[in-house]
Write a protein of this length. Structure first.
Length: 406
């Protein structure tokens, strides 16, 4: 039971963050939790090392490297101008962030867009004098909701698509989840506007394109971006053919990163990589594995004697338990419990485990990435601010997906 207690303390500390004059970083809290379960021998050192998903760590490193290169070259401001220059006011800007980053996350994975999108929305908030947490929350909700739409939108969807026996996962996800996902993006806009109505203004936004800081590096960034899009398209087309070859997202991240390794600024870019978030994820894998080994949540689900095939049960349990054991381990736990393996049940599992990210900061890895990156630039999203919007949004999200998947 020690790992479960440690997990609850970690959750509480991340919610509070401040102890007197001391401010605790999210990565440090999670690292401390991992160290405690190691010291108490709740998990062996060998099992702890094995629990760290090297594919995820490599993927994140390569994407962090790409993001750092984009920012160092000034190419990130170029992309920002191109994507959002048509937004005439704050309402249009919020909707643009929701839909552009939402649909991009379905193609490029939510963590990727969280990495690239954070400096973009911070730049937009400073340029247009908008409270940064509004745009950071918009980004967080955008990548969470948008990633529901695709089997490659996030790791848990990919797991469901592979293990669920879909004949054509891209078609199945789009057919059943496109309309509810669009509705949920609109609902996110409405809730954000209601909550931040005092901060919304009708002033016209004046967009300007900032000059590229390093033209040679920016050229490599452009090649990297095009390569990423091409490889993702290749993966989508590849999925339509029955083959045992697994073209992993990690491979895409690595190949996309290659043009940026051949630059004189490699040392400077490496210094800008978000190493703290990588520490957070390695620590999270260790802590979550130790919690998993206790069988606490597995036994809890079994003791409830619920109808595990019920859409509302799947959605509700996915959202709640994903806060404590992370969505990928939860999906791995729940998949065998779906006795019928009907498509709607599997899609409800994908939607619920993903939408869990809208409830609290710990509900999705992309939330942590956004906050960690934002705090490097002196901005953040407070835990209470997140859940005040996240609770009603998540309830409405569940309702919408339930209506379409029941």
């Amino acid at each position: 039971m020690i790992p479960v207690i440690v997990l609850l303390i970690v959750f509480l500390l991340i919610a509070v963050r401040n102890i007197g004059n001391l401010r605790l970083d999210i990565w440090f809290i999670m690292l401390s939790g991992a160290i405690i379960v190691l010291i108490t021998r709740s998990i062996s050192f060998i099992d702890a090392v094995k629990s760290i998903d090297l594919d995820v760590m490599a993927f994140l490193f390569f994407m962090f490297y790409i993001g750092a290169a984009f920012e160092e070259s000034g190419y990130i401001s170029h992309i920002t101008y191109r994507l959002f220059k048509r937004a005439k006011n704050m309402d249009e800007l919020i909707l643009s962030i929701l839909f552009i980053f939402g649909f991009l996350s379905a193609l490029l994975m939510n963590d990727t867009i969280a990495i690239i999108g954070t400096p973009v929305v911070i730049l937009l908030s400073k340029k247009h004098k908008i409270k940064s947490s509004i745009l950071l929350l918009t980004l967080a909700f955008s990548v969470t909701i948008g990633s529901v739409l695709s089997p490659i939108g996030n790791p848990q969807n990919l797991l469901i698509a592979i293990k669920g026996g879909f004949k054509n996962p891209f078609f199945s996800f789009l057919r059943s989840l496109l309309i509810p996902t669009i509705l949920n993006l609109i609902i996110a806009y409405i809730i954000i506007k209601i909550y931040y109505r005092v901060h919304f203004h009708e002033e016209k936004l004046n967009h300007s394109q900032e000059p590229i800081k390093d033209k040679k590096l920016a050229k490599n960034c452009k090649i990297s971006l095009r390569l990423t899009l091409f490889l993702i398209l290749f993966k989508i087309i590849f999925s339509f053919f029955e083959t045992k070859v697994d073209f992993k997202l990690t491979y895409i991240a690595f190949l996309s990163c290659l043009p940026l390794f051949f630059t004189r600024k490699i040392t400077k870019i490496l210094k800008k990589v978000d190493w703290h978030t990588l520490v957070f994820f390695a620590s999270m894998f260790i802590l979550m594995k130790s919690v998993w080994n206790t069988n606490f949540f597995q036994n809890l689900i079994s003791s409830m004697k619920l109808n595990t095939d019920s859409t509302i049960v799947i959605l509700s349990l996915s959202v709640i338990i994903s806060q404590f054991v992370s969505n990928v381990p939860f999906v791995a736990l729940y998949l065998p419990l779906l006795s019928k393996y009907g498509e709607n049940a599997l899609l409800a599992l994908a939607a619920g485990s993903t939408i869990a990210g809208n409830l609290t900061i710990l509900g999705a890895a992309s939330n942590v990435i956004i906050i960690q990156n934002a705090e490097k630039k002196g901005e953040t999203i407070k835990f209470l601010e997140f859940i005040k919007i996240g609770i009603p949004l998540t309830i409405l999200n569940i309702l919408i997906y339930y209506l379409f998947l029941r």
